[in-house]
Design a protein around this ligand. Structure first.
Ligand SMILES: C[S@@+](CC[C@H](N)C(=O)[O-])C[C@H]1O[C@@H](n2cnc3c(N)ncnc32)[C@H](O)[C@@H]1O
Length: 247
């Protein structure tokens, strides 16, 4: 019997291959900087993945926070982990990564703390767990890239936001996920329809609607919100306590 789903997926993959072959590739390589970690991230970002156009952003946004503690929810194949590990290395931050599945193999970085657990269940144990490791449960940078489902994303915000430092940054991947998504370099790739799960959770949290198809910046006191629609979307929240009250 003909498996229509398999046939459709195979057709979509062929269309992607042909489409991307027609897209002019940006010149290969990059201009090296004085920071080997930044160069490593730039090099990794040359290969097209669902995350590659955000790797440099993840690295720089984490680095410039000079964090003590970074928490990554969703390790997967280790793309975001690669960038966060390098920011942690340069700042001396602890990196705690959580995933339902065993992803311990994605990095050999000394000091990396990997927890195989459902992230919502782990949140309840987080303060005691951190203190047992010898540090306070105060998160400077939180990276969220797990189920991409609406209810779960809201639960993650409710579960982890209480642990954020007063000045903190939260990055969400897949805020513009759909069956087909485009990169800034013009290429396309295959995703799935999560019914705007992640961006909808942000809309509920901020009581505001967002157009995730376009780049935007917004400010909902005291949160600066920046959004890049490319490569399935990346939205960065930055809590700015010095702007908590109108001036
Ligand atoms: C899209 S992948 C993450 C990709 C990764 N950030 C990267 O850049 O390569 C999503 C990951 O979230 C994990 N995940 C899904 N639901 C989860 C949950 N409730 N708690 C912890 N991890 C979860 C999955 O096991 C999967 O590895």
């Amino acid at each position: 019997m003909l498996d229509w789903e398999k046939l459709k997926t195979s057709c979509r993959k062929r269309v992607r291959t042909v489409y991307n072959a027609c897209v002019r590739r940006p010149p290969a390589g990059f201009v090296a900087t004085d920071l080997p970690e930044l160069n490593a991230v730039k090099e990794r970002a040359l290969a097209r993945t669902s995350m590659n156009e955000h790797l440099e952003t993840i690295f720089l946004e984490a680095l410039t926070m000079q964090p003590l503690l970074i928490v990554e929810l969703g390790v997967g194949g280790g793309e975001s982990n690669f960038a966060l590990q390098r920011a942690a290395r340069l700042t001396g931050a602890r990196l705690v990564s959580v995933d339902l599945n065993d992803r311990a193999h994605v990095s050999q970085e000394p000091g990396w703390l990997f927890v195989q657990r459902d992230d919502i269940a782990f949140a309840a144990e987080f303060p005691d767990w951190c203190r047992r490791q010898g540090f306070e449960p105060v998160i400077d940078v939180l990276f969220i890239d797990t189920s991409h489902l609406f209810e779960h994303t809201l639960q993650e915000m409710q579960a982890y936001f209480p642990y954020l430092a007063p000045r903190a940054k939260v990055m969400f991947h897949d805020t513009n996920l759909s069956k087909v998504f485009y990169r800034q370099d013009g290429s396309m790739d295959l995703g799935w329809d999560n019914e705007r799960g992640v961006i909808r959770a942000l809309e509920v949290y901020f009581k505001k609607s967002f157009n995730e198809k376009k780049p935007f910046t917004d400010f909902v006191r005291p949160w600066l919100i920046r959004h890049n629609p490319h490569c399935a979307g990346m939205t960065i929240l930055e809590r700015l306590p010095f702007l908590a009250q109108p001036r």
